[in-house]
Design a protein around this ligand. Structure first.
Ligand code: HEM
Length: 170
């Protein structure tokens, strides 16, 4: 099966055609997608701004991580499920759309950045942001990259809908 026919099979599946063919399903799922993604980006931005020392200076980084990470992961799970449902409904169009491909690549990069941060940079997080506990430069650089990526991802996401017809004639 070629990748092209895989996207066609997904799009023509009963799930794909049901979502695409129903007046309310796609906008309802996209609304859920938007609510989930603003929650993901909001929770990540709160953490990144703390790491950069720009907000919440009275609260330790570890305490803020405990508060925000569960919200981030639950919202991300909802964003992925709703995003995949949107994707299935027009899979061929999305796979022909450079903004969708860029968005996916940027999300992968944001995931790598987060994994490297948690795996290598945050060993001493308990001492960050408490009196006398400075936040290391590599953590600040990771936070800066994270903020930039989580601004670029929704930009690409937003442009997808405006450019679907440009890249895929269908
Ligand atoms: C947390 C990560 C994500 C963010 C920040 C994000 C961001 C966005 C944004 C801003 C939009 C435009 C919404 C609108 O115009 O109303 C969008 C649409 C979309 N997203 Fe995501 N998204 C994320 C995850 C995903 C995932 C994992 C997929 C799965 C493949 C996905 C697939 C889509 C699709 C298919 C659309 C619809 C484009 C359209 O036809 O308008 N997204 N996303």
């Amino acid at each position: 099966m070629t990748s092209g026919s895989l996207w066609a099979t997904l799009e023509n599946s009963s799930l794909g055609s049901t979502i695409a063919g129903n007046e309310w399903m796609f906008p309802t799922i996209e609304t859920i997608h938007v609510i989930a993604i603003v929650t993901v980006i909001g929770a990540i931005a709160v953490m990144d701004l703390r790491l950069l020392g720009l907000t919440s200076g009275t609260k330790s980084v570890a305490a803020m991580e405990r508060d925000t990470l569960p919200v981030t992961w639950v919202a991300f799970a909802v964003a992925v499920i709703s995003g995949l449902l949107l994707f299935v409904s027009k899979a061929q169009s999305y796979m022909a759309n450079p903004y969708f491909l860029w968005k996916t690549a940027l999300m992968a990069l944001a995931g790598v950045n987060m994994a490297v941060f948690h795996r290598y940079f945050s060993k001493d997080v308990a001492s960050w942001g408490v009196p006398g506990g400075a936040i290391p430069i590599n953590a600040k650089l990771s936070a800066t990259l994270s903020l930039a990526l989580w601004m670029a991802i929704p930009f690409c996401g937003r442009v997808i809908g405006f450019t679907l017809g440009t890249y895929y004639a269908g």
